[in-house]
Design a protein around this ligand. Structure first.
Ligand code: ASP
Length: 350
């Protein structure tokens, strides 16, 4: 085990945070697809994020970063939040994370940019690179956008995927892992989710969160079940490592964790559910349902935004076993870790 968090002032690259040890040198300059990151990488990321969580949030210094803790590793670096889709949590937490690390952050407003004049995403990115921007955090409605951008621009700018279409939302999957490890009090370097049953409920067909979680939960050994109405459950979903159900109550049996998902109505061209009332009747998560079928002490998760009373009842959202607020808090620390680690790695195409 080598302490790889040494500073590298000669290359102008930021140095990752002190206080965490890497098993191998950090391998990634980008975060494009969840499955690009292996177990060792994920454990390092979680440990780094937890370090940030403890030093930035737990010490009560959440309003500012303390340079002596080496949190200002991105001073002199610029990050553009390039969000072509709506976002509250992901955009703000990336902005907060980058600012806590000392970066200059620019939020690209699609509605007031030259996108409205017909400028392509590629030309937009070339423009940002010409200005010397170091990293983009990109969200786009088209699945695969970060992969395409990485192919063309991966040697010129760091690219972080903040959600692409129905495909992937890696930072959500990672923050969900950190939330679960801490909820179950598991060691981040060696612990696994072996023996934990996680049930993901809702619009699996359109959910990038479900796909990212399927990868990361399986990587850490959890047993994953998904449940949705037939029209919202992709036929080959079991190939991604889960058991698929149409009956909620059967799926919830002995669950340790239940993750609710929003109906992605902005991605639904057809009518996938007969009515919201019917969907809630059959698939809505309520305290009564969880108490009857899940393990006592089951944890409740949701990536947000929640449609209260549709996929999840208000009393569950605000329940003491709900991890929803914790997911948001860990999200900032996870994004700090991603930015500091990826920007410390020299740019290459691979
Ligand atoms: N915030 C998550 C996403 O961007 C979940 C959602 O929107 O329902 O995918």
């Amino acid at each position: 085990v080598s302490s790889a968090f040494s500073s590298d002032s000669s290359s102008g690259k930021p140095s990752p945070p002190v206080g965490v040890e890497l098993l191998t040198p950090w391998p990634h300059a980008h975060l494009i697809t969840s499955s690009d990151w292996d177990l060792v990488t994920v454990r390092t990321l979680l440990k780094t994020a937890n370090h940030y969580f403890q030093t930035v949030f737990q010490t009560g210094s959440s309003s500012s970063c303390n340079p002596s803790d080496n949190h200002s590793v991105l001073t002199g670096h610029s990050v553009v939040n390039l969000f072509y889709e709506q976002s509250t949590r992901t955009r703000i937490s990336f902005e907060l994370a980058a600012k806590k690390l000392g970066a200059t952050v620019i939020n690209f407003e699609v509605s007031t940019s030259s996108v409205g004049k017909g400028e392509s995403l590629e030309d937009t990115l070339s423009t940002l690179i010409a200005m010397g921007i170091n990293a983009i955090v990109v969200r786009h409605a088209s699945s695969g956008t970060p992969v395409l951008l990485h192919r063309q621009f991966g040697e010129a700018i760091h690219i972080i995927n903040a959600g692409d279409g129905t495909h992937d939302h890696p930072t959500q999957g990672l923050l969900d892992l950190l939330t679960l490890f801490n909820a179950f009090e598991l060691p981040l370097g060696t612990g696994t989710l072996q023996g934990k049953k996680v049930v993901i409920v809702g619009d699996i067909l359109h959910s990038r969160v479900a796909r990212s979680n399927l990868y990361f939960l399986n990587l850490l050994g959890a047993t994953v079940h998904v449940v949705a109405p037939p029209a919202l459950l992709p036929k080959n979903i079991e190939d991604l490592g889960c058991t698929a159900h149409h009956h909620l109550e059967k799926a919830l049996q002995d669950a340790d964790v239940v993750m609710g998902l929003r109906l992605q109505r902005e991605r639904q061209s057809d009518q996938f559910v007969a009515s919201l009332a019917e969907y809630t009747h059959f698939y809505g998560l309520t305290q009564d349902r969880l108490q009857r079928f899940c393990k006592p002490g089951v944890f409740i998760m949701h990536p947000g935004p929640v449609n209260r009373g549709v996929e999840m009842s208000s009393d569950l959202i605000d329940h003491p076993q709900s991890l929803i607020t914790k997911q948001v808090r860990y999200g900032v620390a996870v994004r700090m870790a991603i930015l500091s680690l990826c920007l410390s790695k020299p740019l290459t195409k691979s």
